[in-house]
Design a protein around this ligand. Structure first.
Ligand SMILES: Cc1cn([C@H]2C[C@H](O)[C@@H](COP(=O)(O)OP(=O)(O)O[C@H]3O[C@@H](C)C(=O)[C@@H](O)[C@H]3O)O2)c(=O)[nH]c1=O
Length: 166
């Protein structure tokens, strides 16, 4: 599999607009009147990732994610278009997100994604996916293809080849 640098159809990277005042700041995460019609968040969760640690690469069969990075911490997000019917099939994107570039990324199903914490401090991520994790009442299988356990996996190899931070 040969990847090339380029945009990925359906991926939306949105910088957060911070409303700053003497108390601190506030930023909207999403609004239904701004989101594409095909994407409606269904739940949200927050995670903390230790310095140097990678989450993913994962992809979803029927779920899109809306990840948010506001700090603490910084991340390198990497995306690969793994949809043979996409006009941007096999394109890859890399973007730094976090306290130094707060914002969100909408990632459609079939787009493989991973993010590594590249700051010296742990980093916080909020995700607002458009499907319930394990379905209603957590009664269904997890919609997730995990690529990280196979060192020969093309997405794992690609991420490792371009890894700058240990
Ligand atoms: C994602 C999720 C996990 N969990 C639980 C399951 C498990 O015990 C614990 C840790 O979950 P995971 O190992 O799946 O966490 P993680 O590996 O961070 O999973 C996430 O990775 C990133 C890259 C993504 O793409 C996300 O969609 C999701 O797949 O939290 C929930 O209860 N609800 C959730 O929505």
């Amino acid at each position: 599999m040969e990847f090339k640098k380029g945009p990925i159809e359906g991926v939306m990277i949105t910088p957060f607009k911070k409303f700053v005042d003497e108390r601190g700041w506030l930023a909207e995460i999403f609004r239904h009147d701004d989101l594409p019609a095909w994407f409606r968040p269904e739940m949200s969760y927050v995670s903390v990732t230790k310095p140097g640690v990678l989450r993913g690469p994962h992809e979803h069969v029927d779920q899109a994610d809306l990840f948010c990075w506001v700090g603490p911490g910084d991340f390198k997000l990497t995306l690969w278009d793994n949809r043979p019917d996409s006009p941007t099939y096999l394109n890859r994107m890399e973007v730094a997100m976090g306290v130094n570039n707060p914002g969100s990324a909408i990632i459609p199903k079939g787009v493989v994604h991973c993010y590594r914490c590249i700051s010296a401090e742990p980093g916080l991520v909020i995700n607002c996916p458009d499907r319930l994790f394990m379905g209603k009442g957590k009664a269904e299988p997890i919609d997730e293809i995990r690529h990280e356990d196979d060192p020969e996996n093309p997405f794992v190899k690609d991420e490792r080849a371009r890894r700058v931070h240990a």
